[in-house]
Design a protein around this ligand. Structure first.
Ligand code: PMV
Length: 347
């Protein structure tokens, strides 16, 4: 090609699943469909510089994290490049410098793989578009999500906002195992600017990598029932998103979080990823909800941190509650205020 060098910069947000992806088949195909809120504040910002090189036999790239060389992420990126090369045949023509930073604190226990892989995929798509300028925007975003999925499954839900479905669900038009799609149906105003305050309970390294975690669903005694339940819960959410029934929303979302952890507790080997403070927080949220009737609930990822979800109109009361009663359960009293957001952005 004729493009010698240049650079792009993209930001991509993290996302929080409402119906969880847990278990996969070969080639990053999910065992069940999932749906997530795209976040707004927790983002990865990645700059990709590229220059034409002579030797086209292998990949060549430098990796910087917050401006400093970062060797330990290199194998993950190398593996990603190997996986996507068939879809981006120009990758060996260039030397890349990948310079990345997160807006959330380093090793906060917030997974940066979704936002990181999405930001990288957007940059590579920008280069592809530079080489083939005729592509449509739909193709651009769909392929970016497809590539992000090959980096980290949940990353395919970080390309677009505000709600993204990934995985084939018969009654959701356009849904696919290969990429995430914007939720295509009516969304009630109750979900507008939905808030997510992330309580940092344990900032330590993940006990179980998601690769190992997904594998635990192979030969899991409850796998088949769980995968069917994910379809049922997504189906319930279609009605809930339309009618705005927050009591029903809470039931689905909290059950999904606890089921994710139940799967880990009932696999072989088995894990408990919640900490005592995770349970303290859950109990405090239940008590507060019962006493105030404020529709606040929790969800969890594969770790001890708690995402506190609530509609915008109760923000002040919930933040007061968090400060008064929940920050004592957080490491260094740390939490991050986030909300539903709109997806990746070219900077
Ligand atoms: O994208 P992965 O392979 O890191 O898997 C993430 C799985 C969960 O975060 C636990 C659930 C989800 O759907 O995001």
């Amino acid at each position: 090609s004729t493009i010698e060098n240049g650079n792009f910069e993209w930001s991509a947000p993290s996302n929080i699943a409402l119906v969880k992806y847990w278990g996969k088949k070969d080639n990053q195909i999910p065992a069940n469909p999932s749906v997530s809120f795209t976040l707004n504040n927790c983002k990865t910002i990645t700059k990709l510089a590229f220059s034409k090189k002579e030797n086209q036999e292998s990949f060549s790239f430098d990796l910087l994290f917050e401006g400093k060389p970062k060797e330990d992420f290199k194998p993950k990126i190398q593996k990603f490049l190997e996986r996507v090369e068939v879809y981006l045949p120009f990758l060996k023509d260039y030397h890349f410098t990948i310079d990345t930073q997160n807006t959330f604190p380093h090793s906060s226990g917030i997974a940066s793989s979704a936002s990181g892989m999405a930001a990288l995929a957007m940059n590579f798509m920008s280069l592809e578009r530079k080489l083939n300028p005729e592509m449509t925007d739909d193709y651009f975003y769909q392929k970016a999500s497809f590539l992000a999925r090959l980096g980290s499954g949940s990353a395919c839900r970080s390309v677009k906002g505000e709600m993204v479905v990934w995985g084939n669900q018969a009654n959701i038009e356009g849904s696919s195992d290969l990429f995430g799609v914007e939720y295509p149906y009516a969304i009630h105003d109750n979900f507008k600017n939905y808030q997510d305050t992330i309580l940092l309970v344990d900032k330590g390294e993940k006990q179980v990598s998601s690769t190992v975690g997904h594998d635990l669903m192979h030969n899991h005694p409850y796998a088949e029932r769980r995968f069917a339940q994910a379809h049922e819960n997504l189906d319930k959410l279609i009605a809930i998103f339309e009618n705005g029934n927050l009591d029903e929303f809470i039931k689905v979302v909290e059950s999904e979080a606890l089921t994710l952890h139940a799967m880990m507790m009932t696999s072989m080997p088995y894990y408990i990823l919640m900490k005592p403070n995770t349970l303290q927080i859950i109990n405090a949220i239940w008590k507060f909800r019962q006493e105030t009737q404020i529709p606040v609930c929790f969800t969890l990822d594969a770790g001890a941190n708690v995402h506190v979800l609530y509609p915008e109109n109760v923000t002040e009361k919930v933040l007061q509650f968090i400060q008064d009663e929940l920050v004592v359960f957080c490491q260094n009293r740390q939490y991050i205020c986030d909300k539903i957001g709109s997806g990746a952005l070219l900077i």
